[in-house]
Design a protein around this ligand. Structure first.
Ligand code: GTP
Ligand code: MG
Length: 192
């Protein structure tokens, strides 16, 4: 798979032309968005990852095989960020989600060990409101046993079912579990 980084955008006029389908990745700060994207495109560090929350602060566009854009969105919910920075992220996200005409779906990434936060629920509600399909993904599954994984995924599914049309996909960067299933869902939304 041929994936290239295009641009780190802070403003609308920096987005690449909306000439092909686009999938965005969103979730709480440090949940594993950039790591998941790297697994999807089979690259070690195309999207920058970090153990320090708040690493991705702009909207990062990648092109995959010249047929699709993947977009790494800044994480939300990190308490230590100054209010001014938070406001500018929020504005950046809202502008992007409400105005990007070629956006086909948002992969919403949740930590399988934690209950969805207010920020997660807000994002899912917002996507539903605007008719943008969400693909929920429960990541870091390598940290749980198989039984715990089943318990947690059905619990989280119950919490988000009203706001997401499809069941969450269980995923791990370490085992690559769930990778093919995420691609299947992406291919589905691109075709419709
Ligand atoms: P921001 O851009 O700061 O919002 O973070 P992010 O959501 O892009 O998270 P990132 O991909 O940088 O990952 C954060 C940390 O979680 C890193 O230390 C990753 O190695 C770790 N991580 C991500 N996914 C997994 C996973 O599936 N399993 C385990 N064990 N660790 C993971
Ligand atoms: Mg990131």
């Amino acid at each position: 798979m041929d994936a290239v980084f295009l641009i780190s955008a802070f403003r609308k006029n920096q987005y690449p032309p909306p000439d092909r389908p686009e999938i965005a990745f969103a979730g709480r700060s440090n949940v594993g968005k950039s790591s998941l994207m790297n697994v999807l495109v089979n690259r070690k560090s195309l999207a920058r990852t970090s153990s320090r929350p708040g690493r991705t602060q702009s909207i990062n566009f990648f092109s995959v095989s010249n047929r699709l854009y993947l977009v790494d969105l800044p994480g939300y919910g990190y308490a230590k960020v100054p209010i001014k920075v938070k406001k500018s992220w929020q504005h950046m996200m809202e502008t992007y989600l409400s105005e990007r005409s070629n956006l086909k779906s948002v992969v919403v990434i949740l930590d399988i060990r934690r209950d969805p936060t207010e920020g997660d629920m807000q994002l899912l509600g917002w996507l539903k409101h605007y008719g943008i399909p969400a693909i929920p993904v429960l990541t870091k599954a390598d940290k749980l046993s198989r039984q715990q994984t089943l318990t947690r995924s059905s619990l989280i599914n119950n919490q988000i079912a009203e706001r997401a049309l499809i069941r969450p996909i269980v995923f791990s960067v370490k085992t690559r579990q769930g990778r093919d299933e995420i691609w299947e869902k992406i291919d589905d939304v691109i075709e419709t």
